[in-house]
Design a protein around this ligand. Sequence first.
Ligand SMILES: NC(=O)c1ccc[n+]([C@@H]2O[C@H](COP(=O)([O-])OP(=O)(O)OC[C@H]3O[C@@H](n4cnc5c(N)ncnc54)[C@H](O)[C@@H]3O)[C@@H](O)[C@H]2O)c1
Length: 256
Amino acid sequence: MNNLLKDKNILIMGVANKWSIAWAIAKAFHEAGARLAFTYQGERSYEHVKKLTQNIKGSILIPCDVTKDDDIKNTFEQLKEEFKTLDGVIHSIAHARKEELEGLYINTSREGYLMAQDISAYSLVSVTKHAKPLMTEGGSIVALTYLGGERVVKNYNVMGVAKAALEASVKYLAADLGRENIRINAISAGPIKTLAAKGIRNFNTMLKEFEEKAPIGRLVKTEEVANTALFLCSFLSSGITGEVIHVDGGYNILGY
Ligand SMILES: NC(=O)c1ccc[n+]([C@@H]2O[C@H](COP(=O)([O-])OP(=O)(O)OC[C@H]3O[C@@H](n4cnc5c(N)ncnc54)[C@H](O)[C@@H]3O)[C@@H](O)[C@H]2O)c1
């Protein structure tokens, strides 16, 4: 145990199964001494989260569909009861309809656009608003994003536009809450094989191209993303807010 998060109360949102980036973050935070609460969406995720967390003593499990205001409200009411105060939130949530993650962006439907924005970007705003009153000692909120929010990435389409909104929200929220000692940052992770990633057409080709081109010459590991999240939720990053930190082996610096 490195004690970086000793006695810190952290909410992890977005564990679907053992491949989830949020799960790697949860493991790193547990090892660093944090007390953890998890939100999950749907029965299937509940079964996975329950099983995964059985060895993490004192874990709190709360259902939360971020499209529902009442779910978000209830999550933080429950956290207030259990934790009293909150030190960190990991927002590792995104969703778009599979049919919008292929072909041309121009074909995005209004419904698909709104759904991707609601789940993947607006949710951070609402979660931050509800987390704020519990972060009486300051806090750190970390969202997960991807290069497709900055540049055009084939098939990423509507999710790229949602990530752009998420990254802009990180900056606006950071400006809103900096004086309350609440920091908000994002990690832009390289492509990792997870349930959400499977929805992107030709994701395996993306992985191969990444491996060939990335300066580090390999894929990024979820543990590497988790370590950066740990840094962002610890005192080590106390001067950093409103940033998007790339954990992508240098892929984003390339012009070819
Ligand atoms: N896998 C990658 O290549 C990659 C790269 C960069 C960024 N990211 C981002 O990382 C985050 C986590 O994704 P992941 O790759 O670990 O996949 P994942 O499928 O394991 O996690 C996505 C999570 O979003 C949750 N979710 C979807 N709709 C929801 C809703 N309405 N309410 C509450 N939760 C909802 C799912 O239940 C799931 O737990 C996402 O923001 C994703 O865009 C992923």
